[in-house]
Design a protein around this ligand. Structure first.
Ligand SMILES: *[C@@H]1O[C@H](CO)[C@@H](O)[C@H](O)[C@H]1NC(C)=O
Ligand SMILES: *[C@@H]1O[C@H](CO)[C@@H](O)[C@H](O)[C@H]1NC(C)=O
Ligand SMILES: *[C@@H]1O[C@H](CO)[C@@H](O)[C@H](O)[C@H]1NC(C)=O
Ligand SMILES: *[C@@H]1O[C@H](CO)[C@@H](O)[C@H](O)[C@H]1NC(C)=O
Ligand SMILES: *[C@@H]1O[C@H](CO)[C@@H](O)[C@H](O)[C@H]1NC(C)=O
Ligand SMILES: *[C@@H]1O[C@H](CO)[C@@H](O)[C@H](O)[C@H]1NC(C)=O
Ligand SMILES: *[C@@H]1O[C@H](CO)[C@@H](O)[C@H](O)[C@H]1NC(C)=O
Ligand SMILES: *[C@@H]1O[C@H](CO)[C@@H](O)[C@H](O)[C@H]1NC(C)=O
Ligand SMILES: *[C@@H]1O[C@H](CO)[C@@H](O)[C@H](O)[C@H]1NC(C)=O
Ligand SMILES: *[C@@H]1O[C@H](CO)[C@@H](O)[C@H](O)[C@H]1NC(C)=O
Length: 365
């Protein structure tokens, strides 16, 4: 490598480091649940180029297509196949397993990425994985001594931020949300049914104005209540409003809907089992002829009815239990104080970003 190339590299690295430090605080999600607690995590991914669901599955090691579809039920049709095309810069939510240790949550040793010839760590972080992590986070997680010395063919772990902590006493899915340009903490809180204070405290922000575009923040999504036992292999089964999951080796499909009073609704998926040495799905009955998802015959009152609920699975069986639920419509939320306020603060926020950008440019020059 010539001297000028060396300088260029050094400069690029310094410059990159500077930009990252300024423009993108590293996401570190607190996870104070017991050591080695696991739960489902969720993160945003924006593909720079058009891509397919199959490519996304491979990139993030999402084994089963229905898992990806369920997390994106609001944007991708349920019958989409793996060749379904995702347009450039469309957001796709990636489900992944989360594990807590030492006060922080990280994806449980997935996804693994096989380094290609010519890849740099920063390129992998920023371009291949669209900035869901920084190259420093990859470097630390993989104990890479020198980020300029990575070897094509090696597999590295991309440590995605996540958490298994309850928030305000409720079970939530911690969504690693990539802040779009022009968003405010207030707007995000409103969109995802949480409060500004919760978002600020979860993310260690002391001032909503410090929120930056492209920053990865922890947004708690309220999860449906379930009857899943704590010794079930999928415990805790966290499903957020508007999404569905397949569980018990894909034998059971569970859906969460706020209009159903946040009570998880499960039923036999009618799919073939995908693992667990099952050739067919085991029985899913509560008693007699009641199957998971069935109501008892004396269940006319929507505010008090008994149904056969999914209660978890083991390597051999799927359990079901009779449970009470109320599917009375939840009380309507208090009317919000008009959208003018949030619109105004949004504009102010973009102005501030714009000013920051000018200062940054001046500083660099
Ligand atoms: C957590 O997992 C690690 C590695 O899997 C293990 O070494 C450690 O003993 C576990 N800690 C607890 C408290 O279970
Ligand atoms: C998916 O379902 C929709 C209707 O819900 C239908 O119009 C469409 O053709 C289906 N697509 C495939 C690939 O089956
Ligand atoms: C746990 O975190 C502390 C600081 O938060 C750090 O000093 C320590 O090395 C970490 N331990 C492990 C095993 O990662
Ligand atoms: C997107 O496409 C452009 C042009 O084909 C290519 O240079 C770039 O590497 C692609 N980005 C990714 C993340 O594959
Ligand atoms: C699991 O649930 C049982 C009751 O169903 C309870 O006695 C036990 O303490 C729970 N275990 C944990 C680890 O929460
Ligand atoms: C729940 O999700 C549905 C469908 O995605 C959406 O229409 C509704 O507004 C959401 N409700 C809440 C409280 O977030
Ligand atoms: C279950 O069996 C009872 C009689 O044992 C019958 O009255 C009822 O209709 C059956 N329900 C279903 C869902 O098949
Ligand atoms: C009970 O659940 C099974 C499986 O979802 C369904 O086929 C059946 O129609 C349900 N029976 C009643 C009475 O709802
Ligand atoms: C719910 O219904 C059962 C009978 O199905 C009744 O015994 C019980 O009192 C009801 N509970 C409430 C809170 O209304
Ligand atoms: C359902 O509620 C009734 C009273 O409201 C109670 O007697 C019954 O034990 C409850 N059943 C279950 C499965 O919790």
């Amino acid at each position: 490598m010539g001297k000028s190339a060396l300088w260029l590299t050094t400069f690029t690295l310094l410059f990159t480091g500077f930009l990252l430090a300024r423009a993108q605080p590293e996401a570190n999600f607190k996870c104070s649940s017991s050591t080695n607690a696991t739960c489902p995590g969720l993160i945003d991914y924006f593909s720079q180029n058009a891509t397919t669901l199959r490519n996304i599955q491979q990139l993030f090691n999402v084994k089963h297509l229905p898992d990806l579809l369920g997390a994106n039920a609001n944007t991708i049709p349920e019958n989409a196949s793996a060749t379904y095309t995702v347009g450039p810069n469309k957001v796709v939510r990636i489900p992944f397993p989360c594990k807590c240790s030492n006060g922080t949550g990280l994806s449980n040793h997935v996804p693994l990425y096989k380094i290609k010839p010519g890849d740099g760590l920063d390129y992998i972080a920023r371009t291949v994985f669209a900035g869901v992590v920084t190259y420093q986070q990859i470097q630390k997680a993989n104990k890479i001594a020198d980020p300029n010395k990575i070897v094509a063919g090696d597999s590295i772990w991309i440590p995605l931020p996540c958490s298994c902590d309850a928030v305000g006493g409720s079970s939530v899915v911690h969504y690693a949300y990539i802040v779009p340009t022009g968003s405010t903490v207030e707007g995000i809180a409103e969109e995802f049914g949480t409060t500004q204070e919760t978002i600020l405290s979860l993310n260690g922000l002391d001032d909503p104005k410090k929120l930056q575009a492209q920053q990865v923040i922890d947004v708690p999504l309220k999860a449906c209540s379930t009857s899943v036992r704590n010794n079930s292999m999928d415990y805790p089964l966290l499903v957020s409003n508007g999404t569905y999951v397949y569980t018990a080796n894909e034998c059971v499909k569970c859906k969460c809907d706020s209009s159903n009073n946040y009570v998880l609704q499960c039923q036999p998926s009618l799919l073939k089992p995908t693992g667990g040495k099952w050739s067919v799905c085991p029985s899913m009955k509560c008693q007699g002829n009641l199957t998971i998802g069935n109501l008892t015959s004396a269940s006319d009152d929507p505010c008090n009815r008994t149904f056969c609920a999914y209660a978890g699975y083991s390597s051999r069986t799927i359990s079901a239990i009779l449970a009470n639920e109320s599917t009375c419509p939840a009380p309507a939320p208090a009317p919000s104080g008009g959208s003018g306020g949030s619109g105004a603060s949004r504009t102010t926020f973009s102005h501030i970003i714009f000013l920051h950008f000018i200062f940054l440019a001046l500083y660099i020059l």
